[in-house]
Ligand binder design. Structure first.
Ligand code: PAF
Length: 279
């Protein structure tokens, strides 16, 4: 496995692959966990080469404190990647990716960017779009793998690829969970033991709401979720929404329950956790 920090060196190496070989790409911000490894596994099963990027992208953080606290474990990540089928790691600096202008481009994702995460994290999706587009242009992958935990991000990246006519297949992979149901996330390592103990409530609530959705109207489901979180002091609900998977718009209160997903964002003090479930 080779590790590159420079775009030029990475591209020189990638251009030595013969043109008929496929590249599976897994973009990450590091602090790798089993969820990332499952993306890498999918990439390795379906491609000739696997490239993983590790870059904590400053432009997608809307709070300086969140960026500062984000776990950075490059050495441990590289030794983990050495044990799996990963051919190339790209771990650039911010200067390499942005030169002296650490700024996002502005994107129009047909409104997907203003809902849910976009509403609560101003500029977040411009940052994600900027870095993922840059990475796609550098790596030129055949297939790129993203976890469904960030389902809105996945839909936005698909939109970005379609609008910019980029030649890459964007593949969503199922959410990887801890034994107690908590969706795997690099942010989980920041939780105190008390917060970690409380956090499985998120998925437990999503599973219960999936059942409720069979019989109850959307407004009742939303109110029930709000109440579940009010009953305990550790997790604070930021939003809960039932939305159409494609448009991400709030589901109308009708009987057509096809392709809806429940989305949730919760704070454990300053640590923000998100999750979702297909209904
Ligand atoms: O999901 C992430 O880890 C990041 O948003 C991504 C896609 C690597 C872009 O920085």
């Amino acid at each position: 496995m080779l590790v590159f920090k420079s775009i030029k060196n990475l591209q020189e190496y990638i251009s030595s692959f013969s043109a008929d070989k496929t590249i599976g790409f897994v973009p990450t911000m590091g602090a790798l966990h089993k969820g990332h490894l499952s993306l890498i596994n999918s990439a390795s099963l379906n491609n000739d080469f696997v490239v993983v990027s590790i870059f904590v992208n400053p432009t997608q953080f809307n709070k300086a404190e969140d960026l500062k606290k984000y776990p950075r474990t490059l050495e441990a990540d590289i030794s983990l990647l050495n044990k799996v089928k990963c051919d190339v790691v790209f771990a650039p600096t911010a200067n390499e990716m942005y030169a002296d202008k650490v700024e996002s481009s502005s994107f129009n994702f047909d409104g997907l960017e203003h809902l849910m995460e976009g509403e609560f994290r101003a500029g977040h999706f411009d940052g994600v779009g900027t870095i993922v587009k840059k990475l796609f242009e550098i790596v030129n992958p055949t297939n790129a793998y993203f976890g469904e935990k960030d389902f809105q991000q996945l839909q936005i990246i698909k939109k970005m690829v379609a609008k910019n006519k980029l030649d890459v297949n964007v593949i969503g992979c199922k959410i990887f969970r801890e034994d107690d149901g908590l969706a795997m996330s690099s942010r989980n390592t920041l939780l105190t033991s008390e917060q970690r103990k409380a956090a499985p409530l998120i998925y437990k609530t999503l599973k219960q709401v999936r059942e409720k959705f069979e019989t109850d109207c959307i407004e009742d489901c939303i109110n029930w979720v709000k109440n579940e979180f009010k009953k305990q002091p550790i997790l604070e609900l930021e939003y809960f929404q039932i939305a159409d998977e494609e448009t991400l718009k709030q589901a109308p209160n009708n009987n057509s329950k096809k392709n809806y997903r429940a989305f949730i964002a919760v704070f454990a003090d300053k640590i923000r956790l998100i999750d979702n479930i297909k209904l």
